[in-house]
Write a protein of this length. Structure first.
Length: 88
């Protein structure tokens, strides 16, 4: 999971807040979140200054089987993040 390490390096204080409590239907669960963090630099193509605070939103959906999460889908507002980072 190299992308987790890269994300944490660029946003070391990244915090997630649940916007909508998990919705559970059968074997699926979904929730809406907001992520906020301080940009530390190093994001390819970004022209934002280190110290810029960014906020992004997304939705996680998971499928459960046998009491375990077996599939995960992420829908995040990447354009919102890239705009704040001044990336092209």
């Amino acid at each position: 999971m190299n992308w987790i390490a890269q994300t944490r390096a660029a946003f070391p204080d990244l915090r997630f807040t649940v916007q909508v409590e998990p919705l559970v239907a059968g074997r699926h669960a979904s929730l809406r979140w907001t992520a906020t963090g301080t940009y530390a630099g190093g994001f390819p193509g970004a022209k934002a200054q280190p110290g810029t605070i960014v906020t992004s939103t997304g939705t996680d959906t998971l499928r459960m089987d046998g009491g375990k999460f077996v599939e995960y889908w992420l829908n995040s507002d990447t354009l919102q993040l890239l705009t704040q980072l001044k990336a092209r």
